[in-house]
Design a protein around this ligand. Structure first.
Ligand code: 5RP
Length: 229
């Protein structure tokens, strides 16, 4: 089974958790896209849902499938959010932000009563950090912010410089107008401490460590979907 087949498998499985009348947050990325497609089929078949999106990319996909995306401020607390991840570690600690949507994703996740993360088997890891950790940074005075991020990383035995994410010749700009820096941490032994210290830095808008947010993970694989709690 290819990674893409597994992504479809878990996207379809997550759609089974969605019930008529729910308010649902739609994640971003190639795995979440399968969930959006599965939901579009349910809505076509008559299911009534209130949907919000975590990115412009997902809004465009959803609308192209005939779904209506509402403003989160008009919707309030969500019943469910379903989203992909770059890594799923112990305790359902996650790295997200490979698609540069981490801020809006985290805002939507935190406004949902329940969150399901969906991923192919390769993303289920014993230790976070092989996938570079994305950090969203306010563009003003970014050099100083990055120096302070580096100091924090050293405190956690991570001796890597944050690398600005590029799109061609230009800096990648997020939906919220910020920069993304990626840190090839290698291994993150203290995700909670690192998350706390990064978040406390002025200029860091947010980071891709999603801790204590996912309620379950649906992991794809040859033997079907594995549910992790
Ligand atoms: C976007 C994300 C994505 O969920 C994450 O990058 C996984 O993407 P994909 O499903 O395409 O592998 O966090 O910011």
């Amino acid at each position: 089974m290819t990674a893409d087949e597994q992504k479809k498998q878990v996207g379809d499985a997550a759609a089974e958790y969605v019930k008529d009348g729910m308010k649902v947050g739609l994640g971003t990325g190639s795995t979440a896209a399968w969930f959006v497609k599965a939901l579009a089929e349910k809505v076509k078949a008559g299911m009534k849902l209130t949907l919000v999106s975590t990115s412009i990319q997902t809004t465009q996909l959803a609308e192209s499938l005939g779904l209506v995306i509402k403003d989160i401020n008009d919707v309030g607390v969500l019943d469910l959010c379903v989203d992909g991840a770059d890594e799923v570690g112990p305790g359902l600690a996650l790295i997200k932000g490979g698609g540069a949507a981490l801020l809006r994703e985290k805002l939507i996740w935190e406004q949902a009563k329940s969150c399901i993360v969906i991923a192919d088997a390769a993303k289920n890891v014993p230790l976070l950090g092989k996938f570079p950790l994305p950090i969203e940074v306010e563009p003003f005075a970014w050099k100083g912010t990055v120096n302070r991020i580096s100091d924090v990383l050293v405190d956690f035995d991570i001796n890597m410089m944050p690398k600005v994410r590029m799109k061609g010749e230009s800096h990648w700009i997020t939906d919220g107008g910020n920069l993304i820096f990626d840190v090839a941490c290698g291994a993150i032994h203290e995700p909670a401490g690192l998350a706390h210290e990064l978040k406390s830095l002025t200029g860091v808008v947010d980071h891709g460590l999603f801790l204590d947010l996912a309620d379950i993970a649906l992991i794809g694989g040859e033997d079907g979907v594995t549910v992790l709690h």
